[in-house]
Design a protein around this ligand. Structure first.
Ligand code: HEM
Length: 453
């Protein structure tokens, strides 16, 4: 926990804007796919015209023809590895999702092999994840200009993200998008703002764990009232941070058009499906079995902040378990740490990291402390934080309804008009009921964490 960035939390504090010279070819292919070098952006295989089809075929031919670049030189820097993951993930998704819908998805060696190597080095899946589009893909612009403040491996000036009125929030931009639509950038930046605002939440969690360690050191004595009061004050502050995050989530409605989001942006994030597997051409799949087992497309559940808050507060929400392999290893370690799942060797760190055996499910150290102390003041502060997280999820449900469920139903109705069989496929999707069950279930699990007098 001590290695997390003070200002950026779990977001990368200064994502590299471009790979160095030896990997320039990937950056150039990406610029061309995005239409950023006097070319036009690639279109989705489901939507294109004859000209767009020819253009995208020409781009894919170039991708297939480029040399397989070595990745050893990237392993020296976590920042470069992450940038490489972002670039290769975008190339991969541009390649796969610009193919005609009836074409087999065969990922060329020039992208597939380096992607598998980079993914293995980062212990990430070899395709687009939430981190690629958000935490590793943001930059700051100087006021009034699009000049990047970030440079490769040079820390960004320390910007305050503790106050929603900070101008730093409006200086954030995506480095890379699929569509060049402002809505796509706006969607990514909502998640980035929530993560950056969460840096204070992580600082609070560290302070609370220090207090818990101090109280553990005095386990035979009465719990010091000063520790109880301090933890209560931290939790009250945490509730305020979560309320800010809810407000940032609600801002999504202002910048992201639901139809553009569903029709033009989401399809680029698709990974392999049972009916349309991705085949990595020329790769010895036995060497990359772990990576190749993770090819599901992007999911909202890969957002880090709610999972971290669940772990800390001891909310028994299982949605994160499904997407764990799709989030960076430091987020996996942090959620284990906060929820009291210790490392295999059972060691503890300076702030009193819990020592239970790996994957053993126990009550989070914070929640155990609240239950043990049973102080009305402390319980009330804990409940305030839980209520704030529940209200964050309350705000998420109508967003999911508007952007995912309603749009999917609309698309299914339209498809049915054109081709009755396609419409039936949409209904087979359960009309979004399954999705709403997941997000409402997570909201209800949060409420269940409340401690009643
Ligand atoms: C247009 C905006 C959004 C849409 C359409 C959306 C959609 C969804 C959907 C369909 C799910 C359930 C299925 C799945 O796991 O993919 C989900 C889950 C989830 N989403 Fe979102 N989401 C949006 C924005 C966000 C944002 C900005 C965050 C937080 C930073 C977020 C956090 C979560 C979390 C944590 C889950 C797992 C359930 C839970 O633990 O509450 N989502 N989202």
């Amino acid at each position: 926990m001590n290695t997390l960035d003070e200002q950026a939390g779990l977001a990368h504090p200064y994502p590299a804007v471009a790979l160095p010279l030896p990997w320039k070819m990937w950056e150039e292919l990406l610029l061309d796919a995005r239409g950023a070098r006097n070319t036009e952006a690639l279109q989705l295989g489901s939507t294109y015209t004859d000209t767009a089809r020819r253009r995208s075929e020409a781009w894919r031919t170039r991708v297939r023809d480029v040399t397989v670049l070595p990745t050893d030189g990237l392993i020296v820097s976590n920042n470069l590895l992450r940038r490489a993951h972002v670039v290769l993930a975008y190339l991969l998704h541009f390649y796969a999702n610009s193919l005609p819908l009836d074409a087999l998805v065969i990922i060329p060696l020039s992208v597939g092999l380096p992607m598998l190597a980079v993914a293995r080095a980062l212990d990430m899946p070899p395709l687009l994840t939430m981190s690629d589009i958000t935490s590793w893909n943001w930059t700051c612009i100087t006021q009034g200009s699009e000049k990047h403040l970030h440079q490769d491996d040079i820390p960004t000036p320390r910007l305050p993200f503790d106050d929603l009125s900070s101008p730093a929030f409006s200086q954030l931009r995506s480095q890379t998008t699929f569509t060049n639509l402002p809505d796509e950038c706006a969607f990514y930046m909502v998640s980035v703002r929530i993560e950056l605002r969460g840096a204070e939440a992580l600082r609070i969690m560290r302070s609370v764990f220090q207090e818990l360690a101090a109280s553990k050191a005095n386990s035979h004595a009465q719990i010091n009232p000063a520790i109880t009061a301090s933890v209560a004050a931290h939790l009250t502050r945490l509730a305020a941070v979560i309320r800010d995050q809810r407000s940032l989530l609600r801002d999504l409605r202002q910048g992201v058009d639901p139809e553009l989001y569903f029709r033009c942006i989401v399809p680029w994030w698709r990974g392999q499906t049972p009916g349309r597997p991705w085949v990595f051409n020329g790769v010895d799949s036995s060497l990359y079995a772990a990576q190749l087992a993770r090819l599901d497309g992007l999911s909202g559940g890969q957002s880090l902040m709610p999972a971290v808050l669940d772990a800390f507060l001891g909310v028994r929400n299982t949605t994160f378990a499904r997407v764990r392999p799709y989030v960076p290893s430091e987020a996996r370690r942090l959620t284990d740490y906060l929820s009291g799942v210790g490392p295999e060797n059972g060691s503890s760190d300076s702030s009193g990291m819990p020592t239970s055996s790996f994957k053993e499910v126990i009550t989070s150290p914070l929640r155990a402390f609240i239950l043990k102390v049973a102080s009305p003041e402390l319980t009330s502060a804990y409940n305030e934080a839980v209520i704030a997280l529940k209200e964050f999820r309350d705000a998420h449900v109508p967003i999911v309804t508007l952007y995912a469920v309603t749009q999917a139903r609309k698309a299914a109705r339209e498809a049915e008009k054109v081709a009755p069989d396609a419409g039936k496929a949409g209904k087979g999707n359960n009309g979004g009921a399954e999705i709403l069950k997941i997000v409402k279930g997570a909201r209800d699990r949060t409420a269940e964490a409340l401690i009643h007098g």
